[in-house]
Design a protein around this ligand. Structure first.
Ligand code: ADP
Ligand code: MG
Length: 353
């Protein structure tokens, strides 16, 4: 199909050439008859190089016509071919390819219009791509918001329904435990149930901690931490003392790491430590950030736990990712201390108030 189209220009030219040649021949013959009153018979009888002169005249007119037609057709074909090629490159979105010279006639004019069209198309492609990347961003944002809301909802329900019920249950069990008329064996069972209810409550509080937003969601680290500590103190879930120095501007990633480390540490204190108090220090001195979490709980065997369990390992990994060091000290019966030191390369005038 393509080939057919390509040759048709030449074919047309040949047809036109033959037609023109025929007309020219007739014209020439007509003029000759007028200039030299020859009869047809005489003309047909005239010969040159053993061929009738009439054939020479017709033959050379046709040859000249075809030659002129072909050369003109070839030029036209060449320009049309580059026009087709140009349209094809535009179709494939290659807007940067150089435009061929197409002359000053109508074909050239088509070339000029195509060039304008290419500029237009390029702009549209750019805005289309912008749109699609914006769409992807919206989708991500919507997903993040959906996850955030779902977490909030879960946390609310866990707190409002399950946590309250557990609290009521442990209060009732505590009242039953105080009942002196119950046999000792029953009392022991009730006290075990009470402890289970209390433990489940602790697990729940630690779980609520993990249902909080994964990142600080636009707050600074200080704001995020203070909000967290205030909330847990207000609910009397943990007696927390905290001191936070004014911090230099930290990268988003670093703030998130530190926040998550505190979350994990606090969750461990709630779940495992049986502590009555937690102290948190976040100090900034001599271009070094140090974070310390100290509880007065039951402590544990650090060496045994350090490499096997996920929570402590994630604390260590996050610390290393910030280029910091982690020190974990735990004394059985005395408590646990997590200390993290991170060097901060500070740029002038970036102290956060
Ligand atoms: N502050 C703490 N007080 C007492 N024990 C702790 C404390 N932090 C961690 N542990 C002990 O270390 C173990 C590992 O902790 P972690 O890696 O956070 O895992 P998980 O909390 O999922 O058990 C805990 O199971 C617990 O026995
Ligand atoms: Mg843990």
């Amino acid at each position: 199909m393509k080939k057919e189209r390509k040759t048709s220009v030449i074919g047309l030219m040949v047809q036109v050439a033959v037609l023109v040649a025929a007309v020219v021949t007739l014209l020439v013959l007509f003029m000759m008859f007028h200039a030299y009153p020859l009869t047809m018979r005489v003309l047909l009888a005239m010969e040159w190089l053993n061929l009738p002169v009439f054939i020479w005249i017709v033959g050379s007119a046709v040859a000249a016509g075809v030659m002129v037609g072909l050369s003109y057709g070839y030029g036209l074909k060449k320009r049309l071919t580059s026009l087709i090629h140009l349209i094809n490159t535009l179709k494939q979105g290659r807007f940067h390819e150089p435009f061929p010279a197409l002359g000053n006639d109508e074909i050239g004019q088509i070339g000029v219009y195509l060039r304008q069209l290419a500029v237009h198309l390029k702009k549209q492609v750019v805005s289309l791509q912008q749109l699609s990347s914006e769409k992807a961003e919206w989708k991500n944002q919507a997903k993040r918001e959906a996850i955030f809301e779902e977490r909030q909802r879960l946390a609310r329900e866990l707190h409002d329904a399950v946590s309250q019920q557990l609290f009521a249950l442990s209060m009732m069990l505590a009242a039953m435990e105080r009942n002196g008329q119950l046999p000792e064996k029953e009392r022991a069972r009730i006290s075990m149930m009470k402890k289970m209810a209390l433990d489940t409550q602790k697990e729940m509080r630690a779980l609520l901690l993990h249902l909080r937003p994964v990142s600080l969601e636009g707050q600074t680290l200080t704001e995020g931490l203070e909000k967290l500590f205030r909330e847990y103190s207000a609910k009397r879930w943990m007696d927390i003392d905290w001191e936070i120095d004014p911090l230099p501007a930290l990268s988003k990633g670093m703030e998130d790491h530190l926040f998550r480390i505190v979350q994990e540490g606090l969750s461990n204190v709630l779940r495992h430590a049986e502590a009555s108090k937690l102290r948190v220090y976040l100090k900034y001195r001599d271009q070094q950030l140090s974070l310390r979490l100290m509880d007065n709980g039951k402590g544990f065997d650090v060496e045994r736990m350090k490499n096997t369990s996920y929570g402590l390992r994630s604390i260590e990994e996050r610390t290393h990712e910030m280029g910091g060091v982690l020190k974990l000290i735990s004394l059985p019966g005395k408590g646990t201390q997590i200390e993290i030191k991170v060097p901060i390369i500070e740029q002038k005038g970036q102290i956060e108030s």
